[in-house]
Design a protein around this ligand. Structure first.
Ligand code: PLP
Length: 389
């Protein structure tokens, strides 16, 4: 969550640097004016280096990152892309925009894609799988990756919440053929709006770079207005101002994640002994971004009472339970493609996911946490959970 908490002089200096050197806000061209300032390019290089991957492409949002990654796969009508039932609408929107059919699979105790449910949803039409690391906790990539390899499916990671996290010491976003990130204002690092795709191979990178830029191949042999092209595309280019902010934010990422983890641990230590509270499952070897602290309670009524008690104490929840309709496919009756693929009735499609989500409570974790917060959490939640005894 807290990229925005640490926005300040460093981001300002990076943006000022553009205006002090010609003020070019476009990521390409204008070489004579820009005095060798290339903020988006530098941000891409720094991001790729930080993850140990050969290529990264900056785009306008995490949603755009998913859309561009899917464009690389050249999906055809009828092709299916599987993701999880608990994610933000953007993951499924991007699949629909790519022309493929979205399929959602149930979640497991990690609240991410359940490998067993994934296996059941694979058909001859399945082309790709998007595993999401919701709220900063890794999906069970050991199993998901091996299922994808066995079935020759492309794995994409939606690491919108996973920036700075890892599994088995491998950064989230680097397990799949491509990984996507969001830098919207609520994410661990932010450029206001923005996103990034990371790639394992140059062919995918080149296809994505062209597609996000109307098909421009940025051929160094010709000026941009005479550029070569092999396919059409769209415009999802990041601006130099976003790139500048991203450069400064990236330098703060490990500090942000460490602080979140420390604060999340202090919050959990204060409430874990409360009756009926059950921790979210976490795959062994996870390094979570700790963007949120998620646990479950007896039932939906109790989860809602927890939220009410927290709000009364001047605290809040995050996504669960109050914003579940934006994050649970079982409620997305406005997406005809999804409804049709799941038998015309979403209310019966994801019963086990629904059972998990309705008992879940998610608490926001921030970097600059007031040290009284853990005790206040304990006080608010005790009122509900001790009564249940
Ligand atoms: C899982 C997930 N994927 C994609 C996105 C889209 O990112 P953006 O808001 O940058 O478009 C979000 C945003 O919250 C998200 O939570």
């Amino acid at each position: 969550m807290p990229g925005y908490e640490l926005i300040g002089a460093e981001e300002q200096a990076e943006v000022d640097d553009i205006f002090q050197h010609g003020g070019v806000l476009f990521r390409h061209s204008f070489d004579a004016i820009r005095q060798n300032k290339w903020k988006v390019r530098d941000f891409e290089k720094a991001f790729a280096n930080s993850l140990g991957v050969p290529h990264a492409l900056a785009v306008t949002s995490g949603t755009a990152a998913l859309r561009v990654a899917l464009a690389v796969l050249d999906l055809q009508p009828g092709d299916e892309v599987i993701t999880q039932s608990f994610t933000f609408v953007a993951t499924v929107e991007a699949i629909i925009e790519s022309g493929a059919t979205p399929v959602c699979a149930d979640i497991d105790g990690t609240l991410n894609l359940d490998p067993k449910a994934l296996t059941k949803m694979i058909t001859a039409k399945t082309k790709a799988v998007i595993a999401v690391h919701m709220l900063g906790t890794p999906a069970n990539l050991f199993e998901i990756d091996s299922i994808c390899r066995k079935n020759k499916l492309t794995l994409i990671e939606d690491a919108a919440w996973g920036c700075g996290g890892s599994l088995d010491s491998r950064p989230l976003g680097t397990w799949g053929r491509m990984g996507t990130f969001s830098f919207d204002f609520a994410k661990t690092m932010t450029t206001g709006e923005g996103g990034m795709i990371v790639f394992q191979n140059e062919t995918d990178y080149k296809a994505a770079a062209a597609w996000h830029d109307h098909g421009h191949e940025n051929n160094p042999a010709v000026p941009r207005w005479e550029d070569t092209r092999a396919s059409s595309g769209f415009n999802f280019r990041m601006t130099e101002m976003q790139g500048a902010v991203g450069l400064a934010q990236l330098k703060k990422l490990s500090t942000v994640v460490s602080a979140q983890r420390k604060n999340r641990d202090a919050m959990w230590a204060a409430i874990k002994i409360l009756p009926g509270i059950v921790a979210r499952e976490v795959p062994a070897g996870s390094y979570e971004t700790a963007d949120a602290l998620v646990f479950s309670v007896k039932d939906n009524a109790t989860a809602r009472q927890c939220r009410d008690a927290l709000v009364a104490e001047g605290l809040s929840t995050k996504i669960l339970p109050e914003a579940v309709t934006w994050h649970f496919a079982g409620t997305w009756t406005h997406m005809p493609e999804l409804v049709a693929r799941h038998g015309g009735d979403l209310s019966k499609a994801f019963l086990s996911s629904s059972a998990r989500l309705e008992c879940a409570v998610s608490l926001p974790v921030v970097v600059k946490m007031d040290e009284a917060v853990p005790a206040r959490l304990h006080k608010a939640l005790s009122k509900v959970l001790r009564k249940q005894l």
